[in-house]
Ligand binder design. Structure first.
Ligand code: ADP
Length: 584
């Protein structure tokens, strides 16, 4: 149940993180799109301006190519003669040849009234010959001695063209007529359209005169007032074209809307006729390039992400492999350990077996030792008793009998003593613990040993504490220990000349300390552990059973105390026992 809840929470968290990640990606995408849009917009504007300048130069080049031709023609004697009305047929042919060579639409000569008297297209169906162009502004200007320049739809052919005119003068500088040429700009415009570019040229009135898109030709960018419209009609500049306004709005410095569609816009003024060239670039290009950038970056980021994920999984895989290797090693180590444990257990079992065997053996040995000691200790008094009893049978007088009985009694007393000592091991401890001042142990032991000390002529030095030292102890048992130590010392000093026995009672942080120091023979090479062994004795048979220190050590152990012994270099030994201080 709990597991399921955790799983649900985890799934929800995962969905939440995924959504957050997607939202961040989307945000980055949007920001990237706008940044790259702005970048590409600038680039497009720059490009549009460059293209506009380029097209302007080609247009200007095209217009300027024939600027001097009418002037040169006006100097031509044939033309001057023609203007005078001489050899017009010859001039027709000459003009046709020129027009053909220069790839011009037409070259023609008008008299002072504007009537065409010679024309390169003299033989064409729609020849200019006989047509009057006196209404055309270029004619009027040329007649005034200026250069006439004009763009308009041909009055005869209805084909648009660029007209340049120059007055023809006689020797006296009088204007005889006007020589004019018509340049067809449609091949240029067709080349624009073929290039797939969107551009058009508007004249000073805002009428589109050249356009890569046919539909926009003769549309107007701005409203033309009535008076100007009438003038245009008079000059027949645009024949019967209605000059309807183009659906054109300028949105910003570099942006226009044309027929509801947005374009990047750049314009460049053409030096002739007050024309302006307009270059348009489809705005879709910007969004297309921006999208391409976003998609490119997204693909790149995905590749990076995939690579990162791949590298991470590789790392995890290596880590896993390493962990698996570690686990394998651990497993092996565990197996080895288990084997070792098994071996240890087996060894322990063997040890236990050996120990129990040893215990059994040592028990048997102890039993043997005990029985030997007991037999030995009791054997002597028993055989002495037998001797005294046998002697008593033969004792004649009462005095001798009394002596025998006295001897027998002392033997029995000794035997009782031996059995008393042995009883310590047979009886469980009575655990009669009481709170006492450790000094009382000394007082109790002193009462029991004072006669022996006096008899043996021993000097006693007592270093006793001023304050009580409280311990929780079994008084009789500790007295037994101290009596034991005192008796051992007395006996060790048997052969000493000056016998000194020193009792020290003190306390450290944790223990009450009692030590018994003598200047006897010391215990030589024996260690305290050996001395504590039951039945270990250096005394002559009958003097000791080697149980005193064993019993003492056991009693100190019962009190959780410490038992120690040291030989004194100058001779003698010091036996110390410590009992934990009583704490509330
Ligand atoms: P026992 O006195 O019956 O021999 P103990 O266990 O009391 O048994 O003593 C064991 C042995 O320790 C003694 O036989 C003796 O050799 C040695 N010993 C004990 N106290 C002293 C002492 N104060 N100085 C020298 N040796 C001692």
């Amino acid at each position: 149940m709990n597991f399921n809840i955790n799983k649900n929470i985890l799934a929800k968290l995962r969905i939440r993180w995924t959504l957050l990640f997607l939202a961040i990606c989307l945000l980055i995408g949007v920001v990237l799109y706008f940044l790259s849009s702005s970048y590409f917009r600038n680039e497009e504007v720059q490009r549009a301006q460059n293209r506009a300048s380029l097209y302007r130069s080609t247009l200007v080049g095209e217009l300027e190519r024939f600027q001097h031709l009418p002037y040169i023609l006006a100097q031509d004697p044939f033309v001057i003669n023609g203007a005078k009305g001489k050899d017009l047929a010859g001039l027709n042919r000459r003009l046709a040849s020129f027009a053909n060579r220069a790839n011009l639409d037409a070259i023609y000569l008008m008299d002072k009234n504007g009537l065409t008297i010679a024309a390169s297209n003299y033989s064409a169906e729609k020849t200019f010959l006989g047509q009057n162009y006196g209404f055309r502004p270029y004619f009027k200007r040329a007649l005034k001695g200026q250069r006439g320049e004009f763009f308009g739809i041909g009055a005869t052919t209805l084909k648009p063209g660029y007209f340049i005119a120059q007055g023809v003068r006689d020797e006296n500088d009088n204007i005889l007529g006007v020589i004019a040429l018509k340049l067809d700009l449609s091949p240029l415009v067709k080349a624009w359209a073929r290039g797939g570019e969107i551009l058009f040229v508007a004249n000073s009135d805002g009428v589109i005169v050249l356009s890569s898109n046919e539909e926009w030709r003769y549309r107007t960018l701005a409203r033309i007032d009535k008076k100007r419209l009438e003038e245009i009609a008079l000059e027949k500049q645009f024949a019967n074209e209605k000059l309807l306004p183009l659906d054109w709005t300028k949105i910003g410095a570099n942006e226009v809307a044309l027929n509801g569609k947005k374009y990047i816009h750049a314009s460049s003024s053409v030096s002739r006729l007050g024309w302006t060239l307009h270059f348009l670039a489809d705005e879709n290009r910007i969004s297309e390039r921006a999208w391409l950038t976003v998609i490119g970056i997204a693909i790149f980021a995905s590749i990076l992400l995939t690579l990162a994920v791949f590298l991470r999984s590789e790392r995890i895989r290596t880590a896993l492999n390493a962990a698996q290797a570690d686990r394998e090693q651990l497993r092996k180590a565990n197996k080895k350990l288990a084997l070792e444990i098994e071996e240890r257990k087996a060894a322990e079992r063997r040890l236990e077996k050996a120990q129990s065997e040893l215990a059994r053996n040592s028990k048997l040995a102890a039993l043997g030792q005990l029985s030997a000691s007991v037999t030995h200790e009791l054997g002597q008094p028993i055989s002495a008793m037998q001797n005294y009893l046998a002697a008593a049978e033969f004792d004649k007088n009462a005095k001798e009998r009394e002596q025998s009985i006295k001897n027998l009694r002392s033997i029995v007393t000794r035997m009782i003593n031996i059995t008393k000592q042995l009883r310590f091991f047979a009886k469980p401890s009575d655990n009669n613990m009481q709170l006492i001042d450790i000094i009382q142990i000394w007082h109790g032991a002193y009462i029991l040993t004072a006669p022996d000390i006096r008899t043996a002529n021993i000097e006693l030095i007592e270093n006793l504490p001023k304050k009580p030292i409280m311990v929780k102890a079994n008084k009789l048992r500790l007295e037994q220990v101290l009596v034991n130590l005192l008796r051992n010392s007395i006996s060790a000093m048997q052969d000493s000349k000056k016998k000194i026995l020193e009792i020290n009672i003190s306390a450290d942080e944790n223990y009450a300390i009692i030590s018994v120091k003598d200047n006897g023979h010391g215990f030589g090479e024996n260690s305290i552990e050996q001395l504590k062994e039951p039945f270990h004795t250096t005394r002559a048979s009958g003097d000791g059973m080697g149980l005193g220190l064993a019993i003492s050590a056991a009693i100190i152990k019962e009190h959780e105390g410490i038992f120690a012994a040291e030989n004194i270099p100058e001779g003698g030994a010091i036996f110390t026992f410590k009992i934990p201080l009583y704490r509330e």
